[in-house]
Design a protein around this ligand. Structure first.
Ligand code: ADP
Length: 257
């Protein structure tokens, strides 16, 4: 089997006294589209920070592309789109093209004119998220969902093999979430980019992803999306154990009180 893109073994993490991640064994195979789902406070951001090298593991191991994270240096293989990427206001003075180009500045230096080949890369990245015709628009004029696509293009412009997305549908119009997921599916299937998507939106995600990991301090489920659907039909308590309510259930209960 090919070397997994991400592999964690026995990974645990505590901020102060309380452990927020316990014994996480996660494998992301090359070419997978993995959705990590879990309620707020379940450790999703902490796990991402560990994978991105922003926090040091206290117990257990993380390997990226087969290398222990401590000696991993090929960070340009990993693209990351943060949760707050799509909140530019209308006055922000940058065009879509400039925002995407800034994804290349790590390599080319900030104050340099765009070469023809850079423009091609920028255009190709915008095409792959369906935003090519917006390249001259100001980023702040776009909707939240369009801005999110531009930031995905910014991450894609340096040709990553793995793209990590933190709650990418926040700020995307509910009616357009399906279209947004379709775009991610195309990136995964047609360009072969391994995707890791973190979300609390357990409802729609399993239709799109190939693999699901359910996190709530422990990894309660880690497997293929079809297997997840079968378990979810029996109720999420099968996955998360009893006494744990996901956000949507919680709201429902409160409404019924
Ligand atoms: P999620 O992304 O799933 O909402 P987090 O990883 O942000 O979960 O948080 C997991 C737990 O760790 C929560 O209980 C949160 O309050 C706690 N936590 C997160 N960041 C810190 C921090 N910097 N210091 C102390 N506790 C933290």
């Amino acid at each position: 089997m090919a070397v997994p893109v991400i592999e964690t073994r026995g990974l645990s993490y505590r901020y102060e006294k309380e452990k927020v991640l316990e014994e996480i064994n996660l494998t992301v195979p090359k070419g997978a589209f993995l959705g990590i789902v879990g309620p707020n406070g379940s450790g999703k951001s902490t796990l991402l920070k560990l994978i991105l090298g922003l926090l040091d593991p206290q117990e257990g191991e993380i390997c990226l592309f087969g290398k222990p994270i401590g000696s991993f240096s090929a960070w340009d293989k990993i693209g990351y789109v943060s949760q707050k990427a799509n909140s530019f206001n209308s006055g922000f003075p940058a065009t879509v093209e400039e925002v995407v180009l800034s994804g290349l500045t790590k390599k080319i230096g900030l104050f340099r004119f765009m070469r023809g080949s850079d423009r091609e890369k920028v255009q190709k990245a915008l095409e792959s998220v369906g935003m090519a015709e917006f390249s001259r628009k100001n980023i702040g004029e776009l909707s939240g969902g369009q801005q999110q696509r531009v930031f995905i293009a910014r991450a894609l412009v340096s040709d990553p093999e793995l793209l990590i997305l933190d709650e990418p549908t926040v700020g995307v119009d509910a009616k357009r979430v399906d279209v947004f997921y379709d775009m991610l599916e195309t990136l995964n299937k047609e360009q072969g980019i391994t995707l890791l998507l973190v979300t609390h939106d357990i409802g729609t995600i399993s239709e799109t992803v190939s693999h699901v990991a359910c996190l709530n301090k422990y990894l309660h489920f880690h497997g293929e999306a079809g297997e997840f659907d079968e378990l979810a039909e029996k109720g999420l308590s099968e996955i998360y154990g009893h006494g744990i309510h996901l956000l949507d259930h919680h709201h429902h209960e409160e409404a019924g009180r």
